[in-house]
Design a protein around this ligand. Structure first.
Ligand SMILES: Cc1cc2nc3c(=O)[nH]c(=O)nc-3n(C[C@H](O)[C@H](O)[C@H](O)COP(=O)(O)O)c2cc1C
Length: 149
């Protein structure tokens, strides 16, 4: 069975990490693109009213994804990557997880960040989706090779 890397990247860092990871582990890749792209103002975490601040304050926020979700039938392992926002996964990751139906898949989480560690973000996803098989991978802020679990 094949592996798929699904990633969201607002400013490119996680995208670069995801592409390197895809090369290293020979996986297919899918970009989770927001229907409405995030502007610099949207990403301003110092502004309590910015779009990202509002979404992260609202646990039920589910920003829409552009285009079709991937067909996962050929994949048994899914790597999900994102930038850490306020210590956890951006809400669009929940849009993706809930839209795809990932029961029975092995899910490995990776992320990039400005310094925050990955485990709290993984713990949060496991609490939100207790029936899914979610494993913490690595923070890909540095060197990237195939050894991420
Ligand atoms: C809204 C917002 C919130 C963020 N929150 C955190 C955080 O809690 N901890 C952290 O280390 N970095 C945080 N960052 C920094 C990003 O995680 C980091 O720059 C990441 O590598 C960006 O990835 P991207 O270019 O793929 O979007 C935040 C960035 C944004 C835009």
């Amino acid at each position: 069975m094949k592996k798929l890397i699904a990633y969201f990247s607002a400013s490119g860092v996680t995208g670069r990490a995801a592409r390197k990871l895809a090369d290293a582990i020979k996986a297919d890749i899918y970009q989770i693109r927001p229907e409405r792209p995030y502007s610099a103002a949207d990403l301003d975490w110092t502004d309590r009213k910015s779009r990202s601040s509002a979404e992260m304050k609202d646990e039920s926020a589910r920003p829409a994804i552009a285009g079709d979700l991937p067909d996962l039938s050929a994949y048994d392992t899914l790597y999900i990557g994102f930038p850490i926002w306020w210590g956890v996964a951006p809400r669009i990751i929940s849009t993706f997880i809930e839209g795809c139906g990932l029961e029975g898949k092995k899910i490995v989480i990776f992320a990039t960040s400005g310094g925050s560690s990955l485990p709290p973000a993984v713990k949060d996803l496991k609490m939100m989706y207790p029936s899914l098989d979610i494993t913490g991978g690595k923070l890909l802020n540095g060197r990237i090779d195939g050894d991420i679990v």
